[in-house]
Design a protein. Structure first.
Length: 347
C-alpha cells in the first residue's frame, strides 16, 4: 500500500487519493503461469482520474457522459468507489495503528466489507477466536429446510446463469425424498440452456421422481396442479442475466403462475459482493424471500457472503460446496458458516 501511494503521489501530486483498487491475473496458459496485476484508480479532484496499472500508460475510464447508460454506470461506479474508499481507509488505519493481525484485519482479509466489519465489531475487541466466530455468526439468519413449513411447499429457485440452480434443485430433491421420505415432483422452465432438461431428467430418473416442463404461465399452473398431492414441488427456473429486465419480467409471469410458497435466490459465493448485490437488486422483482449460497468451496474471499447477508437481512436456507448430490448440500448453520469464514485466525 505504501508503494502504491508513493507511485500515485509521484504521478498526480501530494493531494492525490486512491479511489479504487483491483487485482487481476493475466497471461499464462489456462491460468498456469499467470502474473498478478494490480490496477489502481486515483484522482486529485472530481475532474481528474488516472489509472495506474503496473507500468501501463494512462487511459480514460469513464463512459461518455451524455448517454443514458453512462449515467447508470457512473452512479454504480460512485457507489462502488465509496465502499472501496472505506475499505482502503480501514486498511490504512490498520497499518498505522499496527493492527495488521487483529480481528478487523482478519475480517477484511477474507472479503468482509470494512463498514460491515466495523459495524459487527462495534467497540468490542474479541478476546478469542470463538468470540469473533460468534460475532460473524450473528449476521446470518437461518431459514430452515424447505419442508419446515405447514402443508405442501412449492419452492422456486431463481438466479443468474451459472450459479448451480439445477444441481442444487437435485440435491434438495434427493434430501427430501431419501431423508424425509417426502413425495416430491420437479418442474423446469429452463429449455434455453443446452442439456438443462436432460440433466434434470437424469437426476429424476435416478431418484424416481416426476419431471414436468413448463414454458408459459398456463403450463406452469397446470404442472403445479397436476402434482397437488405432493409434499414438495421444486421449480427450476431459467437463468437470467440481472441486466435484462424484460427477461426477468417474463420469468416473473411464469413464476407467479406457480404461486410459490418459497422463492430462493441462488448466489455464487465465489462472486464478489458487487456482483451479488446487483443480482439481489435486479431479482428483487421476483420477490425472493431467502438466499442460497453455492460454490463456497470455490470462494477465495468467503467473507463476501457476510456482506450480502448483512446488507439484505435475508435468511439463508442452504450452502453448497461441491458437485456431489446430495452430500455437498448443507442446511445453513450460522456457527458453521462463521467458522469457515473466520478460518485460521487466532486472537
Amino acid at each position: 500500500m505504501q508503494e502504491l501511494l508513493r507511485r500515485v503521489k509521484a504521478e498526480l501530486g501530494r493531494d492525490a487519493v486512491i479511489l479504487h483498487t483491483q487485482r487481476t491475473r493475466k497471461g499464462g496458459l489456462l491460468g498456469v503461469g499467470a502474473k498478478t496485476r494490480y490496477e489502481v484508480l486515483a484522482a486529485t479532484d472530481l475532474n481528474t482520474a488516472t489509472t495506474l496499472a503496473d507500468q501501463q500508460p494512462r487511459r480514460p475510464i469513464r463512459p461518455e457522459a451524455d448517454s443514458p447508460p453512462a449515467h447508470e454506470a457512473t452512479v454504480s461506479e460512485i457507489q462502488e468507489l465509496k465502499r472501496e474508499i472505506q475499505n482502503l481507509r480501514a486498511s490504512l488505519g490498520l497499518a498505522v495503528k499496527g493492527q495488521e493481525t487483529g480481528p478487523l484485519a482478519a475480517l477484511l482479509s477474507v472479503g468482509v466489507d470494512a463498514t460491515v466489519a466495523q459495524r459487527m465489531l462495534g467497540d468490542a475487541v474479541p478476546a478469542s477466536r470463538d468470540e469473533l466466530v460468534k460475532l460473524v455468526a450473528a449476521v446470518f439468519t437461518p431459514a430452515g429446510p424447505v419442508l419446515s413449513g405447514d402443508g405442501r411447499q412449492v419452492v422456486a429457485l431463481v438466479g443468474p446463469t451459472g450459479v448451480g440452480k439445477t444441481t442444487t434443485i437435485a440435491k434438495i430433491a434427493a434430501v427430501a425424498k431419501l431423508d424425509h421420505k417426502a413425495k416430491v415432483a420437479l418442474i423446469t422452465s429452463d429449455t434455453y440452456r443446452i442439456g438443462a432438461v436432460e440433466q434434470l431428467r437424469t437426476y429424476c430418473q435416478i431418484l424416481r421422481l416426476p419431471l414436468e416442463v413448463a414454458l408459459s404461465p398456463d403450463e406452469m399452473a397446470a404442472a403445479v396442479q397436476t402434482h397437488r398431492d405432493k409434499d414438495l414441488i421444486l421449480i427450476d427456473t431459467v437463468g437470467r442475466g440481472q441486466k435484462h429486465s424484460l427477461h426477468l419480467s417474463e420469468l416473473g409471469a411464469v413464476l407467479r403462475a406457480a404461486e410459490p410458497t418459497q422463492t430462493h435466490l441462488v448466489l455464487a459465493a465465489s462472486s464478489d459482493r458487487y456482483v451479488m448485490m446487483d443480482v439481489v437488486e435486479k431479482f428483487g422483482m421476483l420477490n425472493p424471500d431467502r438466499l442460497i449460497f453455492t460454490k463456497l468451496d470455490e470462494a477465495v474471499r468467503p467473507g463476501e457472503i457476510v456482506n450480502v447477508a448483512a446488507d439484505t437481512g435475508m435468511p439463508v436456507s442452504y450452502i453448497t460446496d461441491g458437485q456431489k448430490v446430495p452430500e455437498d448440500l448443507h442446511l445453513a448453520d450460522p456457527a458453521v458458516l462463521a467458522e469457515r469464514i473466520v478460518g485460521e485466525y487466532n486472537a
